[in-house]
Design a binder for this molecule. Structure first.
Ligand code: TXA
Ligand code: MG
Length: 328
């Protein structure tokens, strides 16, 4: 059952061959692990939805090698070119109107007139894309609704026996999914915050707004409608103490945190305590977030208390994931 295979030149070629042959493979990216398939092969894409239990109305991101390749699938506006030049390869997904006759199967775009495109920077993912000669459709490699997998082990745990190859390259650098920006309309809208922040994007497109600021009954990103990022335990945010049986997901100093029943947070057993970043570093916290949520999500605990995370920079993306986890 050893499906976790370390990435090296041989296994990378093997993974690319599997993708070309219509199989699904778990692949490392700089954000989170992805569950990849040939985006032009309907049967292969169907396997993704089945393996993840993903609702078919939730479209997928296609992963391409460069702007030239992306240009085959999406109508690149001036705005889109500007952002692609600035942030690709990297953790930014751009939604554009689809080009006609591009060969991507309908299931990928869930029948929408737009398409989500990303050019990842992870060298292993880039090699797989090059060697498979096709755009790779890849959602996060987790069972639908669970926190994204940021390690090969967590992908294996979340997807169960549905996958026969997990190409492993350690923990993902960023740890949160890519920023998703919709450039299919007149105003650029961030549909999902990530490590490329609103401020970063506004340096190039000052008119950009956050999607959650728009009042509308029909969310433009279908994924935002579904339960997401939820561990099986209840998550309690902005905790200033720890209740009996709860685990603590700390951020920065724990000097002023106490146990509800008395005693010090330092007395919590290993299975009930993680610190996202002792130094209060938000990038480090993002990198650790899903990994630590999964670590604490175990039967010995009855809930997860999370300390306040500053709402700035990548902290905005962390708080978005946490608030969804808390609603889950
Ligand atoms: O970092 C990432 O983006 C990772 C790695 C594997 O690349 N992928 C990822 O995919 O997070 P997924 O499927 O878990 O999230 C994609 C999000 C979903 O919320 C989906 O609804 C949205 O992007 N999306 C995809 N196509 C869209 C479209 N045409 N219009 C609006 N939203 C779209
Ligand atoms: Mg996902």
């Amino acid at each position: 059952m050893s499906r976790i295979i370390l990435a090296n030149p041989q296994s990378i070629t093997q993974a690319a061959n599997k993708i070309r042959g219509g199989d699904i493979v778990v692949l490392p990216t700089e954000t989170v692990y992805g569950l990849g398939a040939d985006a032009t092969n309907k049967l292969a894409v169907e396997k993704i939805f089945k393996a993840k239990n993903r609702p078919s109305k939730n479209p997928l991101i296609i992963h391409v090698e460069n702007l030239e390749s992306a240009n085959k699938y999406g109508e690149f506006t001036k705005q889109a070119k500007l952002l692609a030049d600035a942030f690709w390869p990297g953790p930014l997904t751009i939604i554009l109107n689809q080009k006609k006759g591009h060969g991507i199967c309908d299931l990928v775009t869930a029948g929408l007139s737009t398409i989500a495109i990303r050019c990842p920077s992870h060298p292993v993912m880039r090699d797989v894309i090059k060697q498979s000669y096709c755009p790779i459709a890849a959602p996060s490699a987790n069972n639908s609704g669970e926190p994204s997998a940021t390690t090969p082990h967590h992908a294996a745990q979340s997807l169960g026996d549905n996958i026969d190859m997990i190409l492993a390259a350690g923990a993902c650098d960023v740890g949160l999914e890519s920023t998703v920006i919709d450039l299919s309309g007149n105003t650029p809208v961030i549909l999902r915050p990530g490590s490329v922040t609103l401020n970063d994007i506004q340096e190039y497109l000052p008119e950009t707004i956050m999607g959650q600021d728009i009042k509308s009954n029909s969310p433009k990103s279908p994924g935002q409608m579904f339960k997401h990022y939820a561990p099986s335990l209840p998550v309690r945010l902005n905790a200033v103490d720890v209740k009996e049986g709860e685990a603590l997901l700390a951020f920065s100093s724990i000097k002023f945190m106490g146990l509800n029943k008395g005693g010090s947070v330092k007395d919590l057993p290993d299975y009930a305590f993680r610190n996202l970043s002792e130094n209060g570093d938000l990038e480090e916290a993002a990198h650790n977030l899903f990994m630590m949520l999964r670590d604490l999500d175990r039967p010995e605990n009855n809930g997860i208390a999370v300390m306040n995370i500053p709402h700035q920079g990548i902290g905005i993306a962390i708080n978005e994931r946490l608030s969804r986890a808390a609603k889950g």
